[in-house]
Design a protein around this ligand. Structure first.
Ligand SMILES: [Zn+2]
Length: 113
């Protein structure tokens, strides 16, 4: 990975991290408990609870991704950034552009599935 590639990746991760954290804040709002005093019909309440289940799942995924990105942003200055944690081969750059927080190369990641 060249210095320019690394810089590009770092900017991309910071942008994604920023956007993700905004999404997390919005999702956390959506997941706030629905107050029982809130005057809603039964159907509306049911729909809200259903939507919250989806929002909670999305929130969980967003939080995991946010943690992974944060970790990758810490690691990017280290020499072993971009190396597969399993086989220690370089992870191809295109994969890192798509999923900057990748810790495994394509081969090792597909072995895990
Ligand atoms: Zn590997």
């Amino acid at each position: 990975m060249t210095k320019e590639e690394k810089r590009y990746l770092k900017n991309k991760m910071q942008e994604e991290f920023f956007t993700l954290n905004k999404n997390i804040a919005e999702l956390q709002n959506l997941c706030k408990p629905i107050s029982p005093e809130c005057a809603l019909g039964d159907l509306t309440r049911f729909e809200l609870i259903h939507d919250q289940t989806i929002s909670k799942k999305a929130l969980e995924l967003a939080q995991v991704r946010s943690n992974n990105l944060q970790y990758a942003l810490l690691k990017i200055e280290e020499n072993d950034f971009g190396l597969c944690q399993e086989c220690k081969e370089e992870i191809i750059y295109q994969r890192l552009v798509l999923v900057p927080e990748s810790r495994l190369c394509i081969a090792c990641a597909s072995n895990k599935d």
